[in-house]
Design a binder for this molecule. Structure first.
Ligand SMILES: C[S@@+](CC[C@H](N)C(=O)[O-])C[C@H]1O[C@@H](n2cnc3c(N)ncnc32)[C@H](O)[C@@H]1O
Length: 230
């Protein structure tokens, strides 16, 4: 990360890549100005078209939408002790869950496997940059230098079976002894399968249900994982 870059230079760099805007949403119960892509659907269609045309290595811009699972995880974090705790967020997208932890006093490293969302996140957390880091972390490939984390967050990162082995690897690489992982999802069918798969890998599993006022019929699930043998 270029620490000499000004906010204006960063914003100009993002504008060269794609259209973006500020959205005001509630994070940790207070209004927050979040930098988001202006046209997530258009970006997804473009990525599909390029894939259909046979282009290799095109990454689905799922980061461009802020998923409801992030709002659920935000809500769940109300009950977690976070003050001055080191937290790692995986697959942060626009960073809602990680920012919720920052606002509750944690020192947060926000990460994603692709760079585009990380530029937006850097803008969103500009005022908190003294107690957060924004870095690229591809599950199972990259390792954040330094001590491991007592808490790891991931909102809607269990949606693809092919990601699970790398995610498991990444959690083992970064979780401190006796640490906790919190993964949220909107009760996806595939995540039901993940629940069994991850327990077979030796993780202790506890499930939490988060009721959501915006749509009470669709709560969010938070999966709590602890390393086996503790
Ligand atoms: C469904 S989005 C969720 C984004 C955000 N957490 C939220 O809830 O709004 C999944 C995120 O995981 C990231 N991701 C997908 N595969 C990844 C990988 N192999 N390593 C790291 N991040 C990955 C995507 O770039 C995307 O930001």
């Amino acid at each position: 990360m270029d620490t000499t870059e000004s906010f204006e230079q960063l914003a100009a760099r993002v504008s060269e890549r794609f259209r973006w805007q500020w959205d005001e949403i509630l994070i940790a119960g207070e209004p927050f100005r979040l930098a988001v892509a202006s046209d997530p659907e258009g970006m997804l269609i473009e990525a599909c078209e390029r894939q259909d045309a046979g282009e290799q290595g095109v990454i689905d811009p799922f980061w461009a939408t802020t998923w409801r699972a992030a709002a659920g995880l935000d809500r769940f974090l109300e009950q977690v002790k976070l003050k001055q705790v080191s937290v790692l967020e995986l697959g942060c997208g626009t960073g809602h869950a990680g920012i919720a932890a920052i606002r509750r006093g944690a020192n947060v490293t926000l990460t994603d496997g692709v760079d585009d969302p990380l530029m937006l996140v850097r803008m969103s957390v500009w005022d908190f940059r003294d107690r957060c880091q924004v870095e690229r972390l591809r599950f199972g490939i990259d390792r954040i230098a330094g001590p491991s984390f007592p808490i790891i967050l991931g909102s809607d990162v269990t949606y693809l079976r092919s990601l699970w082995p790398e995610l498991d690897h990444c959690l083992r690489d970064h979780l401190a002894q006796a640490g906790q992982v919190f993964l949220s999802d909107p009760y996806r069918i595939i995540a039901n399968e993940f629940r069994g798969w991850i327990q077979d890998k030796g993780w202790h599993y506890t499930e939490h249900r988060v009721e959501m006022e915006d749509d009470p019929e669709h709560p969010i699930r938070v999966m709590e994982l602890r390393a086996g043998g503790e």
